[in-house]
Each structure stands twice: as structure tokens, then as C-alpha cells.
Design a protein around this ligand. Structure first.
Ligand code: ADP
Length: 474
């Protein structure tokens, strides 16, 4: 951006005439930061000591005099400004002044005054614009057609955690996306490029990863500023909509689960009876056969698969169970420790260590122990299944005093969950396992929700997954 200064040299000015214009000049040279000119008024002369400029100069500690000749005799001035505009006075000054000091007469002084005033207005406008930009909560960038950042507001500077000098003048794609060219983030087009191409505003949704590789979603709008039919600047406004998206997803999930729950309850009841009949009869038949019998294997398959179906139906009934949990005052740590010992022996063919870190200041919470055991076992088994051969599971409880929440974290170093399936995890029947039912997480979701808690997941493919459950302490 251009400098606010119009004259670079340090100037020492004497003023003759301490009226209103003198006051304005003093205000401009002393109050404007940064000053427009490196000029200091060093003396003000006016026969009337009540004149506003004269008074103001005194307030600023600048030398004042009612004897104009004192101004004229000063040899250290770069010039004298004649703001009095009286012919006699001007002649007196010209006669008396030190020979090397030029005098700007009233016309020239007026001209200079006008330049100062315009400059003052310009500075005020810039300051106003800066204040407006900085008081807006959205992130705002003004970008040149060459993709260089010309302005950045406070909100974005705070997020970038960098001083303005490190941002202004750099390429927007470099600062925002860490790219070497304006390609835009992988999942969207570059808004600036679109505006330059079409000359029209462009709106998009961008997803970036933060320092911890968590996705942050932004609603980005870019607007062209046109001059002579060409885009001369692009104003990009962007808003973090991550929380909004999360809330929308949660509401959608709840709605989805609610309707699937009703459907599931009906279907499960219908299927349960015939299934029990198939299972009982195939078991009875099996008892009458020996393993050598030709029918034995087929019948065994029927029994095993029917058992599997029964598990699914049970899960469905569980999932659809909308009744209030039987909550009793419980110590979550005890439930967690019990479930960890229960599953520890499973998957003994893998090399998995389970670390517990249980907070000793955990307040008691009211919960349905059976249901919570189910949630924890399901998460632990999922974590163990996600670990290929060697790995670690950390089970952690903590108390968030400020939010009055108990937090349970189950963290594994397993294969992780790709972003595209993360949204489906809590859907009933969503599974990536050959023999999975896809009901564990949807049931857990329902249970936690009926306890007024939340359940969330963070994951990095190849690094691991963390499930976090929060429960309110009431
Ligand atoms: P199921 O275990 O029967 O598949 P769930 O509802 O418990 O049903 O889990 C649904 C899916 O979520 C799993 O198939 C798996 O793809 C994914 N999943 C759950 N927990 C983890 C985990 N800790 N690591 C990786 N993927 C997981």
C-alpha cells in the first residue's frame, strides 16, 4: 500500500496567522498518526493571542508570539506559511524575514492547506475502512488480480497467528492453502480464479485441515471490485461454518435414527418369532444327527446363520428400544475398568496393550449400567478390530469442571476411518466388516443420547481413531 506521507523530508514551519486554518494544520501535523508530512510547526505568530490556532499551538507547547517579526527573524525555518492573507503583513514578512527562508503567500498556503485537507480525508477514510474491516467477525481479504493479498482484517490475522507484515504482499493461495499456484483446495474451485474469469461474485464451501488435521469448513464468498470494466480487486469474505455443519449433521442423524428406529422395531418383532422357530427346529434336528451325517454340515450352517440373524434382530430391538434407561448413581470408572478386563483376553492373537487413565475426581453420574457396559464393550471391540496386529488402546476418563461433563475417551492406533464414511458410522447397518451387523454404534448413539450425552469421533486414516463420549453431571 502507498505511504500516507506526501513529503518525505523533515520540514520546520513557521506560521503567520493563528486562525482556524492554523489550528487544522497543527491538528494534522501533530495528531495524525502516522503524520502525513514529516513537518513540525515550530512557531506561530499572530497579533491576537486569542486566535484558535494560536491557543492550540500554546497547548501543544509550540512557541507562539504576538510579534510577527519574531517569526521573520527565525533562520532555522524551511518556510513560512502566510495564513493571515493580509497584503501589508505579507510585505512586512518579506522585508523582515531571514533571506534564505521562503514564504508561501496566502494563495500558495491555501493550496497547501487544500492538499493537507484532502490528505486528511484520505487518511480518515482509510482509517474508517480499516475499523469497519476489523470489527467484522468474518475473515476478510482484499486480493489483487495477481492473487496478492492487499489487505487482511483482524479476525483472519488472529486465526493465522501472524503479523500483518507477514501476510500482506504474499499470495493468497500460499497463505491460505499452502499451495504454490492458484489451484484452490482439492475439493473446490478457487473463488478468486472464478471471479477473475467471470467478473461475477462466486460462493463456495472450502474444507481445510487445521494444525491437528481436523477439518474446518468455510463458506467463502468472493466479490469483484470493478474499475473500467475490469476486475481491479477481489474481496473475499469467509466464515467458519464447522459448528453449524456439525449441528446439522447431528440433527439429521437424530432424525434418521428416529425413523429407522420405528421401522426397525416393527420388522424385528415380526421376524423374531419365525426366527426362533427356525433356530429351535434346526437345533433339534442337529441333535439327532451325527457329524458324519451328510445333512449335518448344511443343518449346522442353517443354525449358525439363524443365530447370526437372531443377533441382528436383537440388536435391532435394542436399537429401537426407546424407553428411558434405568438410571442409577454409578461410578463410570468402575464400569470402564470392568469392561476393560472383560475384553482384554479377546483378540489374544494380536499384540494389543490397553492403557487406562481414569480420573480420580470423577463425580458419580446417573446411568443405566447395563446399557453403558454395552456401549463400552462395543467401542473396545471396534478398537481392537481396527488394529491390524500390534497397537495400543487408551481408555481415559476425565471431568470437565467448567461444562460439568464427564468425558470418556477410547483411543486406538488402528487403521482409522476415511472421511467419506465418517458420516455413515452411526447409521444402523453400516458396517465395513464381513460379519458385522453395523448396529453397535447406532445403538451406542441412542443410549448416550438417552443419557443426554454426546458421542463424537475423530480419526486419521492409518493413525487411529478416538471416540469421545460426554455425559452431563446432574
Ligand atoms: P460393526 O462393528 O458391526 O461394523 P458398528 O456400528 O459398531 O458396527 O461400527 C460401524 C463401522 O464403524 C465399522 O464397521 C467400522 O468400519 C467403523 N468403526 C467403528 N469403530 C472403529 C474404530 N475404532 N476404528 C475404525 N473403524 C471403526
Amino acid at each position: 500500500m502507498t505511504s500516507d506521507k506526501i513529503i518525505e523530508k523533515d520540514l520546520r514551519i513557521g506560521i503567520v496567522g493563528g486562525g482556524k486554518r492554523c489550528k487544522t494544520i497543527l491538528e494534522m501535523s501533530h495528531r495524525q498518526r502516522p503524520p502525513m508530512v514529516n513537518a513540525s510547526v515550530v512557531i506561530v505568530g499572530d497579533p491576537n493571542p486569542e486566535a484558535p490556532g494560536y491557543q492550540y499551538a500554546r497547548k501543544l507547547g509550540i512557541e507562539t508570539t504576538t510579534d510577527l517579526e519574531v517569526v521573520c527573524e527565525r533562520k532555522d525555518l524551511d518556510f513560512i506559511l502566510d495564513l493571515a492573507g493580509q497584503r501589508d503583513a505579507l510585505i512586512r514578512i518579506l522585508v523582515r524575514k531571514a533571506s534564505q527562508v521562503p514564504v508561501l503567500d496566502a494563495v500558495a498556503s491555501n493550496l497547501l492547506y487544500d492538499v493537507f485537507s484532502i490528505q486528511k480525508e484520505l487518511i480518515n477514510t482509510r482509517r474508517f475502512l480499516r475499523t469497519v474491516l476489523d470489527s467484522i467477525q468474518e475473515d476478510i481479504l482484499v486480493i489483487s488480480p495477481e492473487y496478492k493479498i492487499l489487505r487482511v482484517n483482524e479476525s483472519l490475522l488472529k486465526k493465522l497467528k501472524a503479523p500483518k507484515e507477514n501476510i500482506v504482499g504474499r499470495y493468497c493461495y500460499e497463505i491460505l492453502h499452502g499451495e504454490e499456484s492458484p489451484t484452490g483446495p482439492p475439493e473446490g474451485v478457487c473463488t478468486v480464479a472464478e471471479v477473475l474469469k467471470t467478473g461475477r461474485p462466486h460462493h463456495a464451501r472450502h474444507t481445510h485441515l487445521d494444525r491437528n488435521d481436523k477439518p474446518i469448513h468455510h463458506a467463502v464468498s468472493a466479490y469483484p471490485v470493478m474499475e473500467e470494466g475490469k476486475v481491479s480487486y477481489i474481496v473475499e469474505v469467509s466464515r467458519d461454518v464447522t459448528q453449524e455443519i456439525k449441528t446439522q449433521e447431528m440433527l439429521l442423524q437424530q432424525e434418521k435414527l428416529g425413523s429407522v428406529g420405528k421401522l426397525a422395531a416393527g420388522v424385528a418383532h415380526e421376524i423374531n418369532n419365525p426366527l426362533t422357530a427356525v433356530l429351535t427346529n434346526s437345533m433339534l434336528l442337529l441333535e439327532e444327527l451325527t457329524e458324519e451325517d451328510s445333512m449335518y454340515e448344511d443343518l449346522k450352517t442353517i443354525a449358525d446363520e439363524t443365530l447370526r440373524c437372531r443377533d441382528i434382530v436383537r440388536g435391532l430391538l435394542e436399537f429401537a428400544r426407546q424407553e428411558a434407561p434405568a438410571k442409577v448413581e454409578s461410578d463410570l470408572n468402575t464400569i470402564v475398568a470392568g469392561m476393560v478386563s472383560l475384553v482384554r483376553k479377546q483378540f489374544s492373537f494380536k499384540n494389543i496393550t490397553i492403557e487406562k487413565s481414569l480420573a480420580d475426581n470423577l463425580p458419580a453420574v446417573k446411568l443405566d449400567r447395563d446399557q453403558f457396559q454395552q456401549v463400552i464393550v462395543n467401542m473396545l471391540i471396534n478398537a481392537m478390530e481396527a488394529i491390524e496386529r500390534d497397537g495400543e488402546i487408551q481408555v481415559e476418563t476425565s471431568y470437565d469442571k467448567r461444562r460439568r461433563n464427564i468425558v470418556l475417551r477410547i483411543k486406538d492406533t488402528g487403521r482409522g476411518i476415511p472421511e467419506d464414511i465418517r458420516l455413515k458410522l452411526f447409521d444402523p447397518f453400516f458396517t465395513t466388516k464381513d460379519t458385522g451387523t453395523g448396529l453397535g454404534l447406532s445403538i451406542s448413539h441412542g443410549i448416550v443420547e438417552r443419557h443426554d450425552g454426546t458421542i463424537s469421533v475423530e480419526s486419521q486414516v492409518g493413525r487411529g481413531t478416538t471416540f469421545t463420549i460426554t455425559l452431563p453431571v446432574v
